[in-house]
Design a protein around this ligand. Structure first.
Ligand code: GCU
Length: 592
């Protein structure tokens, strides 16, 4: 007990160690920006020679005597955004450092500040502008930005980023995952130009538990004195102004008559936030999300989450997905399935995905990659996980579609882990009290021949219990599900966040023959029978929308580095089970 208290005290102190990264700028898509996407020169540097050799200087031999053993401009290019593994066959298995260089010219304007914004870079990134270090970022799936007002030149500039996806025991995720460790500048790189005093961040959402009051805040950067900020929602006849305090922050709450966002009516409003010389527009939906006993209530009404789990992998071309088109294809299949919910696993997906979910009316489970058995007792690992959590929430806290923050997936039941995750749950609530906190758990107890019980102590700190169970695949037979009963230690809503079976598209056989479409379809049938009998069931997200690359899936002729549990193949071919789930969701939608 004394050790547990010590752990909690240590974690709370460590939790407050704010990341030394500049605060994230909200809503980059609607700012004045210059894209740095496209081909970047790249040096593959397996031994990280570039650090001592200072590749970030982008040096050239000045004369025939000088020794310079690298040359970006004579190096191959890699496309940004994009992982390197799917761009070059010889880099498919590559894990290590890669140095990227982008030359660009820039015209500085008076009274503006400039930031370089990375949508994401996997995994550990060092950034330099014109040879000067800007900073570092750890975490492969969340955005980060650096101010470059002082470093950027009027004219020619060069930006260098060292991206290293080497897996580490103390990292988040750690060394073992069931997804491909795609490395690189995997999302857009953007220069954002803002006024000297600008709107750094804001939240404009319905107040917790209210459907007719807006509550939120605006945070200015660079403001020296109290400033007037104005929130406008013209379509709702709203125009409200407030004064910031000395730190540039204004908190507000005011009545509002709004059409509420929901899957059947994904109403988004044009909201503008302005102050002094800055004004930002955003498309924001307004909805409430809460629990009542074992129910999830959207806008005060019980709703069943008809979902599917998915990785951020590009259909057909493969590699890390990043574009609006990738998102459209993946979420389009979820809609075709009859979904009103998607579990984005096991890391925050791109802003293209969550903004499209806003428009398509798909509720979202967003998760940080605290996956399997990480280094629970390492304070740096906790701080890293908290940083990723903070960045995930900071980017998407105005997205109506995002209803659940997930702090982990399939983690072992032990005190250090539970204390670690308890800390994350509290940090999430502190940062955002309007959404539900969950986790996917998979440690269940036998509570009788045909009864399983979820008693994981983590459940106490969650609003919604996520259950991953692979009855009929990693244990038992599909038909065992027909008799299975489930018990839960908490009177909370349950989402069966994973179940599934693998088959290559087009592999056929008897329903009891593994690796066939018939087996997968049959397993879905039996699972649906079982799930219907769980009183606390408030949603489901079977594993998984599309076959995806995994370094753990090695069965020749069947897996070939693919996890084949998709309902759709990586080439977009729909398997039989796709239609089993579609039929169930359509039936459900017709009665809801
Ligand atoms: C786990 C895990 C997934 C994995 C899946 C599988 O439950 O959460 O990441 O891919 O099972 O085994 O296919």
């Amino acid at each position: 007990m004394r050790r547990l208290i010590l752990l909690v005290v240590m974690f709370s102190w460590l939790g407050s160690l704010a990341a030394n990264l500049p605060a994230l700028i909200q809503n980059i898509p609607n700012r004045a920006t210059t894209s740095l996407d496209g081909p970047w020169q790249a040096i593959i540097d397996p031994y990280e020679t570039g650090l001592n050799a200072r590749f970030y200087l982008n040096a050239k031999a000045k004369d025939k005597h000088e020794l310079v053993e690298y040359d970006f401009d004579r190096s191959d290019a890699l496309n940004v955004p994009g992982d390197w593994n799917s761009q070059k066959k010889e880099l498919f298995f590559y894990e290590g450092p890669v140095w990227y260089k982008k030359s660009f010219s820039y015209h500085k304007r008076e009274h503006t500040r400039v930031f370089v914004y990375f949508g994401a870079a996997n995994y550990f990134t060092r950034v330099y502008l014109n040879g000067q270090a800007l900073g570092e970022h750890e975490g492969g799936f969340t955005p980060f930005n650096f101010e470059v007002t002082g470093q950027i030149r009027d004219g020619d500039n060069f930006l260098v980023a060292e991206v290293n996806n080497t897996r580490r025991r103390d990292a988040v995720p750690t060394v073992n995952t069931d997804w491909w460790n795609y490395g690189g500048l995997t999302r857009d790189v953007t220069l954002a130009e803002v006024p000297e005093s600008f709107i750094q961040d804001y939240t404009v959402q319905l107040a917790r538990g209210s459907s007719n009051e807006i509550a939120g805040w605006v945070q200015l950067s660079g403001s020296t004195s109290a400033q007037k900020v104005t929130i406008e929602i013209p379509e709702a006849g709203i125009k409200q102004s407030f004064a910031t305090d000395a730190t540039g922050r204004a908190e507000f709450r005011f009545p509002a008559k709004l059409e509420l966002w929901s899957p059947n009516h994904p109403r988004l409003y044009d909201v503008s936030v302005s102050s002094g010389s800055d004004k930002v527009h955003d498309a924001i939906g307004f909805r409430t999300i809460e629990t009542r006993g074992t129910q999830i209530l959207l806008n005060g009404k019980p709703i069943f989450l008809r979902g599917i789990a998915m990785h951020e992998e590009a259909p057909v071309r493969g590699g890390r997905a990043f574009s609006p088109e990738d998102a459209q294809t993946l979420l389009g299949w979820a809609k075709e399935l009859g979904c009103n919910f998607v579990r984005l696993t096991h890391y925050p997906h791109s802003e293209n995905m969550t903004r499209l979910a806003d428009r398509m009316g798909l509720m979202v489970w967003s998760e940080i990659p605290v996956y399997w058995d990480i280094d629970w007792e390492n304070p740096a690992t906790l701080q890293n996980a908290e940083n990723q959590l903070r960045e995930m929430i900071a980017r998407d806290h105005n997205r109506a579609s995002v209803i659940l923050w997930s702090i982990s997936n399939e983690t072992p039941v032990k005190p250090a882990r539970t204390a670690f995750l308890r800390q994350l749950a509290e940090a999430a609530r502190q940062q955002d009290s309007t959404r539900l906190i969950t986790s996917a758990m998979n440690h269940v107890d036998e509570a009788g021949p045909d009864t399983r019980a979820l008693n994981d102590p983590l459940g106490e700190y969650l609003d919604v219990l996520g259950l991953n169970e692979y009855l009929g695949w990693y244990g038992g037979r599909p038909e065992d599900a027909d008799r299975m009963q489930w018990k839960f230690a908490w009177d909370k809503p349950v989402i069966v966040s994973e179940f599934g079976a693998g088959t290559p598209y087009g592999r056929h056989g008897d329903a009891d023959e593994r690796w066939t479409e018939e087996y997968q379809a049959s397993l879905y049938q039996h699972q649906i029978t079982m799930l219907k009998k769980i009183p606390a069931l408030a949603g489901m997200s079977p594993w998984v929308l599309m076959d995806f690359h995994s370094p753990r899936r090695l069965l020749p002729g069947t897996q070939d580095y693919f996890n084949r549990k998709g309902l759709v193949s990586n080439l977009g071919q729909h398997k039989q089970a796709f239609y089993v789930l579609q039929k169930f969701y359509q039936e459900m939608d017709s009665v809801q």
